[in-house]
Design a protein around this ligand. Structure first.
Ligand code: 4AZ
Length: 358
């Protein structure tokens, strides 16, 4: 994998670029004024692009309105009968007479699959047989934020497989992943009737656990951050439990579940996702699904892609294989300089970031 980067150092060009960027911003702002709001920074999409995407909707007896008005969380179809979601979507939202530690009752919700526009009908609407969540879920810290919804009947929609260890290269640091859902289109705002998606790069654990980001609220073994430190694009309320996946163009795999964030799309507050694609959560999900299948008399279905080992966190080997050797000494020379660098990496898909000093 080779990437060419050109550096042009010229004040006039820089000014011209600034003017061009400013003009494009004005054009973009004008153009967006007559478009509907969407997942902060994302696009509308169709269920065909995310066929495993599920909507959790309250039962009409519990909340009036159409499926758009009753939607409260997302999920992913991982077997023909099981939808993976966030524990916080099904945990303690309906304490009932038993108080804390209970979960939604199966007849409190339905699951919509195979539908782009929630209010539009079509696709599948499922009754729920059973609800569970990860036995280690900690509602105070959001650790192990994983929940399960067992459908009363099998779905005909395409399911998604959780990324195995051989597939970790698809979503390691800097990789583009995709989050989708019908959640808020702005912080505190309304959801979207039409499914939306946003591309969100994976952010380093070391970045996410700095005090300026999430500090000690981020747990790297069970969470992963994705999004933009500058803000602007993110998942939001109502997207919870929904899929963070590898993008189209390669094998689609489930790598995370929408879990939490401080607000939506704020600077230095990227989305935090349950780290479904790595142990321990990946193994826990496989084990929980196996147990649910046995208890409910369902045929076993494999939910993990290739490789059962740990996520290998070591970064690919990188090198500058071509580039100028000497620093330019005078400012005049530096201003005029034009240089070409060629970077190489041991793995395809590697992204490079660099800064230049003379
Ligand atoms: C929520 O309230 C929520 N920015 C989900 C995801 C994010 C923020 C809030 C991520 O369910």
């Amino acid at each position: 994998m080779l990437t060419d980067v050109w550096f042009v150092r010229s004040r006039r060009l820089a000014i011209a670029l600034l003017i061009a960027v400013a003009w494009m911003l004005v054009v973009a702002a004008t153009a967006s004024a007559d478009r509907p709001p969407r997942i902060v920074g994302g696009n509308t999409t169709t269920i065909a692009q995310h066929p495993w995407q599920a909507a959790l909707v309250f039962d009409p007896a519990k909340k009036p309105g159409n499926d758009f008005q009753r939607q409260f969380c997302g999920g992913s179809l991982i077997t023909t009968r099981i939808v993976l979601t966030a524990a916080h979507c099904v945990f303690d939202t309906d304490p009932g007479p038993l108080g804390l530690g209970t979960k939604l009752d199966p007849d409190d919700l339905d699951v919509v699959l195979g539908r782009t526009q929630l209010s539009g009908g079509g696709g599948e609407e499922h009754d729920v047989q059973r609800i569970e969540f990860h036995s280690g879920y900690n509602p105070a810290t959001a650790e192990k934020d994983v929940g399960y919804v067992v459908l009363q009947a099998p779905s005909a929609q395409q399911r998604i497989t959780i990324a195995g260890s051989d597939e970790f290269g698809l979503w390691r640091l800097g990789a583009r992943t995709v989050v989708s859902g019908w959640g808020g289109t702005s912080e505190g705002g309304l959801g979207s009737d039409v499914l939306k998606e946003a591309v969100v790069p994976i952010i380093a654990d070391a970045t996410c656990e700095t005090p300026g980001v999430y500090g000690t609220a981020f747990f790297r073994t069970t969470m992963v951050c994705a999004g933009f430190l500058e803000g602007g694009t993110d998942s939001c309320q109502g997207d919870s439990g929904g899929p963070l996946t590898t993008p189209a163009g390669g094998p689609r795999r489930l790598v995370g579940l929408v879990s939490f964030g401080e607000g939506c799309a704020r600077a230095n507050r990227p989305g935090v996702y349950s780290r479904a694609g790595c142990p321990p959560l990946r193994d826990d999900v496989a084990g929980d699904v196996f147990q649910l299948e046995a208890q409910e008399g369902l045929a076993h279905e494999n939910v993990v892609g290739s490789g059962r080992g740990p996520c290998d966190e070591t970064a690919p080997e990188t090198a500058i294989s071509k580039g100028p050797k000497k620093k330019l000494r005078t400012r005049k020379k530096r201003r005029r300089a034009k240089a070409k660098f060629v970077f190489s990496a041991s793995e395809p898909g590697t992204r490079f970031e660099c800064s230049v000093d003379g």
